[in-house]
Design a protein around this ligand. Structure first.
Ligand code: MSP
Length: 511
């Protein structure tokens, strides 16, 4: 049977030498979803990349005394290095300076121009350079950019426009009839009430005030507006308007665009309207997540709360950081990042609840049975709750993942591990071990624990893959697929366990 496809994207990032933990957030969540879908048997295409054109980059390159291309080449490396250190399993990394992307964007622009969806006009307005966004007077907050709070400047120039207004009614109709398109619900209402209903204006889609962008082929003093360039990445990467569109035919429409809340507007208004103009299907879902904030505010170098995410990884390990990002923030809301909470999570959830459980279970089986896995046939009533919870865990996790409630999904797994710890306290294997005629029962208690741990590790692969691997090695099991967790019998009687090793060291609480 042909596998079902799943196309998931992160936004493409502005190249930066200062990526912070907030930037990692979207990508870690997307990675967990992609890994989960792969384990669940989907043919996944997971894409990320960099958004490299625009005036901001041109200015920065000038300051650094290099060409924009030299500038971006140097820092794109930084994004790839960061994703590698976080274990991000992307299938494709697009750069908007890729030749095939640039050519396809030009073709898209030409097509829209030829069919009358793009026309020449005059732009007068207010522009925020750092956000690459145009604003109307009424959208400003205290006369400043509503997104970043910085000064906007008045710009007036000949420019091309996209007939966004033409798509207003179709867009409202589409959003109404596809309740899953914009999630969470609050963001959908915000888009409809604050942006679409007040009336969509045609969008300025070219600039002449700088040159670092993709030129309009038939009027090259214009470069294409960076958001038009950037949004199309989701289809140019698949070969749309390119030499080979096999991937496009296979994977489009995207199943999920995962984006931060401040860019939902671009992904749920401009992007769908462009796709309508191109006569292409719309993405199935755009999910706008909240921000990670520090002490209630944005993370930034100038605020002095910036730390390179690789420093956390060096200090605490990659899975600790992944776990924290996935677990701490109810997906969709803003969440506070604090190193103290990270340490608390490591100690309570990872070192104690998970690590200690694995360690003592394997150690007990080694002590009482020389590491050999015993039969799990000698069940008693007290086992039922744990075994049932483990058996239903996959379905429950799946439901949460479908709703993109990643934090809830992780919590469900952690709750089963908690149950395992309680099961040890309730059954007291060390007491059973003292009774000569209870060897078989002791074997079953340990079997139940080992199998529960294995099932949790199979599911944890999506979230903390390195740790899951370590658990499999300690359990000495090759049963790591989702298929293996249906019947509570994946761990094999007679096999010998591996050597128990500490998964997470407790960390001294920092003041
Ligand atoms: N280049 C555009 C996206 C174009 S997509 C066609 C862009 N880039 S960005 O580098 O500024 O942001 C990339 C992602 O990082 C966005 O989803 C943004 O919301 C996310 N984050 C940046 N800081 C963040 C936090 N502090 N917390 C969570 N996510 C944040 O926008």
């Amino acid at each position: 049977m042909e596998k079902k496809k799943y196309y998931i994207t992160t936004p493409i990032y502005y190249p930066s030498a200062n990526f912070h933990i907030g930037h990692c957030y979207t990508t870690i969540v997307a990675d967990a979803l992609a890994r989960y879908k792969r384990l669940d048997g989907y043919d996944v295409f997971f894409q990320t990349g960099t958004d490299e054109h625009g005036q901001k980059i041109e200015n920065k390159a000038k300051e650094a005394g290099v060409t924009p291309k030299e500038y971006v080449d140097k820092i794109v490396y930084n994004a790839k290095d960061l994703w590698k250190s976080l274990g991000i399993s992307y299938d494709y990394f697009i750069r908007t300076t890729d030749e095939n992307h640039e050519k396809a964007v030009q073709k898209i622009f030409n097509k829209l121009y030829e069919q009358g969806d793009i026309y020449m006009g005059e732009y007068k307005g207010l522009y925020c350079t750092p956000c690459e966004s145009f604003w109307t007077e009424s959208q400003l907050v205290d006369g400043k950019c509503p997104d970043c709070g910085r000064e906007v400047k008045e710009v007036s120039e000949e420019a091309y426009f996209f007939r966004l207004s033409k798509y207003q009614d179709r867009l409202v109709e589409y959003i109404d009839s596809h309740p899953e398109l914009i999630l969470p619900e609050t963001r959908k209402n915000e888009m409809i009430n604050n942006f679409i209903k007040p009336g969509l204006e045609d969008l300025c889609v070219s600039r002449t005030s700088f040159t670092w962008g993709i030129p309009v082929t038939f009027n090259p003093k214009h470069v294409i507006y960076v958001w038009i360039d950037a949004l199309t990445n989701y289809i140019t990467s698949l070969g749309y308007m390119g030499e080979d569109d096999t991937l496009f035919k296979k994977y489009w429409p995207a199943d999920l665009h995962l984006v931060g809340k401040e860019i939902v507007r671009f992904h749920t208004i401009i992007w769908p309207a462009m796709l309508m103009a191109l006569d292409l299907p719309l993405p199935k879902k755009v999910f706008g997540h909240g921000w990670l904030v520090i002490n209630g505010g944005k993370i930034s170098k100038s605020l002095g709360n910036y730390k390179d995410p690789r420093e956390y990884i060096k200090e605490y390990g990659v899975d600790a950081l992944r776990y924290y990002a996935l677990r701490e923030v109810p997906f969709g809301s803003d969440g506070v990042f604090s190193e103290e909470n990270l340490v608390t999570r490591i100690n309570t959830d990872l070192a104690n609840n998970l690590g200690n459980l694995v360690n003592r279970t394997i150690s007990m089986n080694n002590k009482y049975f020389d590491g050999i896995i015993q039969s799990g046939e000698f069940r008693e009533e007290i086992d039922k709750d744990l075994v049932d919870s483990v058996k239903s865990l996959k379905a429950e996790v799946e439901e949460k993942m479908e709703e993109l409630k990643v934090s809830d999904a992780v919590t469900l797994i952690m709750d089963v591990l908690k149950k395992c710890n309680k099961y040890i306290d309730d059954t007291a294997p060390w007491a059973i071990a003292k009774e000569e005629d209870k060897k078989e029962r002791l074997g079953t208690v340990l079997y139940n624990l080992l199998e529960s741990i294995r099932v949790c590790a199979v599911l944890l692969q999506a979230f903390i893959p390195t740790t899951a691997e370590k658990i499999f090695a300690q359990l000495n099991t090759k049963e790591t697929n989702f298929d293996s967790i249906e019947n509570f019998n994946g761990i094999k009687v007679g096999d010998k366990l591996g050597i128990p090793e500490i998964l997470f060291q407790r960390i001294e609480e920092k003041k």
